[in-house]
Design a protein around this ligand. Structure first.
Ligand code: ZN
Length: 304
């Protein structure tokens, strides 16, 4: 898992390295000056944030299925109950793999394959047909079994908590913060790469300086990525859980705790099957607290 992310991280650097090389060919005499390095780092950071923003918007624009009127009512009720305006929150049906529901800006996406109670909603039926045609055939059998297991442990009360958790992300502007942070990380990594390459180019030569720049820049991005999971993503997840708990009944919180606990057992089995289990805590790898700890944290909120 770690090796995969390292490979991904370094493959992702290739377009940046190519652009930097072209800039170097255009302005070789000014390339390693501090002003140029800061400007290039800022431009890269801003471009990554803007790209992330527009790509996410495009992905949201193609989502056409939202709950039909009768099925929208309970969602709108929950949105109002959480102090938000129903007109300010979009709901769309979308395959979410093992995440059940996800939030992008002010759009909460619900997985109709997982969500219970949508059996007679025509929009959910149509969305499911699309997923079954285009997505399901590509899912490995072990993943299908894992997703079935998650669906089986879902309860209406847990769903209510999960939906309010997603509203917590809308309330706290999670997506926008994430996009700004991702751009900042790229800017810092670019700065480190260029500064280290610039500091070594005269003594070690071009090839060695490029390798040092790539390695230090890539490592910086990797470390920042894991730090982002621990110090940003995990914190945002807790804030969304706090938000949901504030507007949930004791039964809903208890049901969510049960769900996350069972989810963790199934996830561990699934990872064992695929030999993906790792000694590194999930909070570092993904920014999510493991389900059992999360369940305990939720139960603690009931007793407060
Ligand atoms: Zn979340």
């Amino acid at each position: 898992m770690i090796l995969n992310s390292i490979i991904q991280e370094f493959t992702g650097l290739i377009p940046f390295a190519v652009i930097l090389f072209i800039v170097f060919l255009i302005i070789p005499g000014h390339f390693f000056k501090i002003g140029t390095i800061i400007a290039l780092s800022l431009v890269f950071g801003i471009c990554v944030s803007c790209l992330n923003y527009f790509i996410t918007q495009i992905q949201l624009d193609v989502l056409k299925f939202s709950p039909s009127e009768l099925w929208m009512k309970p969602f709108e009720h929950d949105i109002s109950q959480c102090g938000l305006q129903p007109k300010d929150v979009n709901i769309r049906y979308r395959f979410a793999n093992d995440s059940v529901a996800l939030t992008f800006f002010n759009t909460v996406t619900i997985d109709p394959m997982m969500w219970k109670g949508l059996e007679h909603d025509q929009a959910a039926i149509d969305a499911k047909k699309n997923i079954e045609t285009f997505v399901t055939p590509k899912i490995p059998i072990k993943t299908k079994l894992f997703l079935d297991n998650i669906k089986n442990i879902m309860s209406p009360e847990a769903q209510k908590f999960i939906f309010k958790h997603e509203l917590g992300h809308v309330f706290h502007n999670y997506s926008l913060k994430y996009i700004v942070l991702a751009g900042t990380m790229v800017a810092v990594a670019t700065f480190i790469a260029l500064i280290s390459a610039g500091a070594t180019i005269t003594s070690l030569g071009g090839t060695a300086a490029i390798m040092i720049g790539l390695t230090l820049g890539g490592s910086t991005k990797l470390i920042l990525g894991y730090s982002k999971n621990v110090f940003f993503k995990a914190r945002e997840e807790r804030m969304a859980d706090d938000f949901a708990a504030q507007f949930s009944t004791k039964e809903e919180i208890e049901a969510a705790a049960d769900f996350f606990e069972h989810y963790e057992s199934h996830a561990q089995e699934y990872r064992k099957d695929l030999e993906l289990n790792s000694n590194i805590p999930s909070i570092i790898l993904t920014g999510y607290t493991d389900g059992k700890t999360r369940a305990q944290e939720l139960r603690n909120k009931i007793t407060i």
